[in-house]
Design a protein around this ligand. Structure first.
Ligand SMILES: [Zn+2]
Length: 200
């Protein structure tokens, strides 16, 4: 027996989400249709719609935000001569838990990955260079990409560009496990890595 067409359609959409294969998409679709209360289904749909409409990239740091510039970029108490470069908004959240870091941020939106055909023009390298050119206050760029091979490659690529602009570049120091994902590192680990940052 074939599945109802509407469930078939749901599975097709849900399996496009990251980390969700056809089996999981099927499980979720059947759960939503047969077990979820109509009220919860409505809440789910509305929350997706609402967030998708309200949340945009900050035009300064590219963090996800409902306000532009975001609360970090518009916070006048922050130190404005240091920028911490992270891969994703989730990594920004992780680093921002370290209260001792009071500088600014920039979200690259990915890392270089030749095997996946992701080059410099696929992430926000140009936007970052433009920001540095437009802001004479910046005296240090802290690169906080993950400690894996793609993160390292991206850090080196970026460091070469930034150094040529006469700006000091540092990389998060030891403390982060090799291959470690910043997003999942705890506050103490990130704090140690920032404190132990090394000039590139
Ligand atoms: Zn911002």
């Amino acid at each position: 027996m074939n599945r109802p067409k509407t469930i078939e359609k749901m599975i097709e959409v849900i399996k496009k989400l990251p980390g969700i294969g056809p089996k999981m998409a099927e499980r979720l679709s059947y759960y939503i249709v047969s077990k979820m209360l109509q009220d919860d289904v409505n809440k789910l749909l509305n929350s997706i719609k609402e967030a998708k409409l309200a949340v945009k990239n900050c035009t300064v740091c590219y963090n996800l935000t409902e306000y532009n510039p975001c609360v970090i970029c518009s916070d006048s108490t922050r130190i404005r001569n240091v920028i911490c470069v992270v891969e994703s908004p989730q990594d920004l959240i992780a680093v921002s838990k370290v209260k001792e870091y009071k500088g600014l941020y920039f979200v690259l939106g990915g890392v270089l990955s030749p095997l996946d055909a992701i080059g410099p023009s696929d992430i926000r390298i140009d936007n970052f260079v433009k920001r540095l050119k437009n802001d004479n206050n910046i005296s240090e760029v802290i690169i906080a990409t993950d400690a894996d091979s793609k993160g390292e490659m991206t850090a080196i690529y970026l460091a070469n560009i930034v150094k040529k602009m006469g700006i000091k570049v540092t990389r998060l120091g030891c403390g982060l496990p090799v291959g470690g994902d910043i997003e999942y590192a705890d506050e103490r680990t990130i704090y140690n890595a920032i404190t132990a940052r090394k000039e590139m």
